[in-house]
Write a protein that binds this ligand. Structure first.
Ligand code: TPP
Ligand code: SF4
Ligand code: MG
Length: 318
């Protein structure tokens, strides 16, 4: 018979240390050279550095190559419906504010079919990290034009080249109500990628991170200029911005000092086209958070909760 040792206290339990293996599930099935691999590595590293308990961490995604992400994390996960990652994540956070919630979404998933949810996820400002893997194409379904595809992109839906100007996810997010954190990074800058995700995770609210992500299979020209030429990327730097090792900061040839509390300047820099801006565009830690309203009755006794619910329902009786 197994008995419970009454003399043992919490201090007597062995200390748990989570290693990268504790966060890695099966081998990722993305193509060789896909930027998603680098993002997975950065996220697993963050989980280890922060020692996030895997049973208290949730990755929610929609549908797409990027949305396969939860399968490769040994945490909780929800691989949902195309464009619907945000409402699922909001439901999780609303009732379980103790969980660390991450959303993984693609440019099609977020900016096309899921665009309505994107607007309100920003406005709700619930405490979670949203990672937009932007490869400027529909990857999983083999090359259709996405809302972020550059004008003139040849694809299965536009064999003669796409005709509309692309949507800029940073510019759009900076225009949504109650926006509180907007950053941009790139899969080919591992130190910047890691530091950005870390800053996003520390933000008390909804942090939106657009990650420029290479898809060498269907978008092999994507970001090639920026990868090849140092002057195609500009670092937005500031003491309150993304924290970088001085050696890493030095590797950026073009640097602009940008105070992330200045939303007007942030909108201006979001429009930079010749040189892709990487860094923290905007942060406001004081914005209203909707998840705080969901947690108000969590510790209420069941009887009290039921009577409150009945009272509410009575108000709507016809
Ligand atoms: C309701 C619905 N419409 C269309 C699809 C087909 N579909 C699956 S993934 C996808 C686009 C994925 O592109 P993106 O979100 O950019 O992700 P990526 O594969 O590039 O990472 C589409 C149109 C679907 N699964 N469900
Ligand atoms: S198709 Fe593109 S986005 Fe999808 S796994 Fe392959 S390289 Fe990555
Ligand atoms: Mg895509």
């Amino acid at each position: 018979m197994i008995g419970i040792r009454a003399d043992l206290t919490e201090q007597d339990l062995p200390e748990v240390y989570y290693s990268i293996q504790d966060y890695s599930s099966s081998n990722a099935r993305w193509c060789p050279g896909c930027g998603d691999h680098a993002i997975l590595t950065a996220v697993q590293k963050l989980c280890r550095e922060k020692q996030l308990p895997p049973e208290k961490t949730v990755f929610v995604s929609g549908i797409g190559c990027s949305s396969r992400f939860p399968h490769y994390m040994k945490t909780y996960g929800f691989h949902g419906l195309h464009g619907r990652a945000f409402p699922v994540a909001e439901g999780v956070k609303f009732r379980r504010p103790d969980l660390d919630v991450f959303v993984v979404t693609g440019d099609g998933d977020c900016c096309s079919i899921g665009a309505g949810h994107w607007v309100h996820a920003v406005r709700y400002n619930m405490y979670m990290v949203a990672l937009l893997f932007d490869n400027e194409i529909y990857g999983l379904t083999k090359k259709q034009t996405s809302p972020t595809s550059p004008k003139g992109t040849f694809s299965n839906t536009h064999p003669k080249g796409s005709v509309l100007p692309p949507l800029n996810p940073i510019q759009s997010t900076l225009g949504f109500a109650n926006v509180s954190f907007v950053a941009q990074t790139a899969d080919w800058h591992p130190a910047h990628l890691y530091a950005t995700i870390k800053k996003a995770h520390e933000h008390p609210g909804f942090s939106f991170v657009r990650i420029l992500q290479r898809c060498p299979v269907w978008m092999n020209h994507g970001f090639s200029q920026a990868v090849a030429k140092d002057n195609s990327v500009t670092l937005l730097d500031h003491a309150n911005g993304i924290e970088l090792d001085p050696q890493v900061r030095k590797s950026f040839k073009q640097v602009i000092q940008h105070d992330p509390s200045d939303i007007l300047k942030a909108r201006e820099y979001a429009e930079l086209e010749d040189s892709l801006p990487l860094g923290l565009f905007y942060q406001n830690t004081e914005a209203e958070r909707y998840d705080e309203y969901g947690a108000h009755n969590l510790h209420m006794p069941v009887k009290e909760r039921l009577s409150e619910l009945n009272g509410l329902l009575d108000r709507y009786a016809i």
